[in-house]
Design a protein around this ligand. Structure first.
Ligand SMILES: C[S@@+](CC[C@H](N)C(=O)[O-])C[C@H]1O[C@@H](n2cnc3c(N)ncnc32)[C@H](O)[C@@H]1O
Length: 339
């Protein structure tokens, strides 16, 4: 859910502040009195801070966007994704079917094009799914047009057609159980789960589990951010901590599930599980509730500590807004589940 009203307000605030900043710039040029000029300069600086704040609010209330690979190398092309390429490179099967859930603009396949040898790519049947029609169309076009999307270490151009087969479908994961996609050796959720309402994750795990081939080597890999980057805040997102996600996986029935933490500029966790006999959606939902309730207490404590501080600068304002947005989101998730 995007807050249309708040987004419109943030956009109009940006416009007003931009116009004012232009007027002030003109004014400064016309003023000859140096004291007045200085005062107007201070006003302009304060306006600049408000403009940044309006921009921050605009980003907070806007739909999440998929960032091109390489633009945020510190966490998007995470070491964990490299591990996935290693896993693929050593997978003993002659044919490997990969499902990329919430594929976005294709960072996972592009990382594979970078990291895997052509002979390896030729073994992979890649299927991506996403709920955003523009994203799906973009990837289909890139495949059809043989667009070069990556270069190997020796400078060779790589394209989506280098996979044994490449397919993308418009699918909302809420409808995964009614969609026929086949069975997979590897199911990837890269930077997806923070966008999924927490109480929908147990059912998602159950659906993904049933899409795994029954061989014990087949895996689900979840990689996600532990906190939202300030330049891309999302009002409707819940970031799982590494240990919290591990607890959720265990409650769902993945007995030895573990997650590892990667301290990038934005901390990331990655977790790998093999097919469970049965995913206990009810028990996992209870764990989601425990995690949300604990998190809500922590968020409220952070909010109180931020309020006690004397600082009232731009960064502080953004922190307060982010904590409040998270408190509101968690409260809404808990409330909806109660009904
Ligand atoms: C942050 S992007 C990550 C994209 C890509 N996996 C990557 O690593 O760059 C999250 C993607 O998940 C998709 N998404 C979010 N909720 C979804 C849902 N319910 N069903 C399918 N796709 C979803 C969004 O459209 C978006 O493209």
């Amino acid at each position: 859910m995007i807050y249309q009203r708040e987004l419109a307000m943030a956009k109009s605030a940006t416009k007003v502040f931009e116009d004012l900043a232009k007027d002030l710039t003109r004014l400064i040029g016309d003023i000859t009195d140096s004291a007045v000029k200085r005062q107007v300069g201070v006003a302009k600086e304060e306006l600049q801070a408000l403009l940044s704040l309006a921009g921050f609010l605009e980003a907070l209330f806007s739909p999440p966007r998929s960032v091109p690979a390489g633009e945020k190398t510190a966490f998007r092309e995470d070491a964990a994704l490299r591990d996935v390429c290693q896993w693929l490179a050593h997978y003993p099967s002659q044919k490997i079917c990969v499902l990329d859930v919430g594929c976005g603009i294709g960072n996972v396949p592009v990382t594979m094009l970078h990291g895997l040898a052509p002979a390896m790519l030729a073994k992979i049947t890649y299927v991506g799914i996403d709920k955003d029609p523009k994203i799906v169309d973009g990837l289909i076009e890139a495949h059809k047009n043989h667009s070069p999307l990556a270069k190997s270490d020796d400078g060779q151009e790589r394209k989506l057609g280098d996979f044994f087969s490449f397919d993308v479908h418009l699918v909302d994961v809420a409808n995964l159980s009614q969609t026929i996609l086949g069975k997979f050796d590897l199911v990837m959720c890269h930077n997806l789960v923070h966008e999924i309402p927490p109480f929908a994750i147990p059912k998602l795990l159950s659906d993904l589990n049933s899409l795994l081939k029954s061989e014990t080597l087949a895996e689900i890999v979840v990689i996600d951010m532990e906190v939202l980057p300030r330049d891309e805040p999302e009002s409707d997102a819940f970031t799982w901590g590494c240990r919290e996600f591990e607890r959720l996986l265990r409650a769902a029935g993945y007995k030895n599930a573990s997650a590892t933490k990667h301290d990038k500029s934005v901390p990331v966790f990655s977790s790998v599980v093999t097919k469970a006999e049965n995913v206990d959606v009810g028990n996992a939902c209870l764990e989601v509730r425990r995690v949300l309730e604990q998190r809500q207490k922590l968020l409220i404590r952070s909010y109180e500590s931020l309020r006690r501080q004397e600082r009232k600068d731009f960064v502080m304002m953004c922190d307060i807004i982010l904590v409040l947005a998270q408190i509101a989101y968690v409260a809404r998730c808990l409330e909806q589940e109660d009904h």
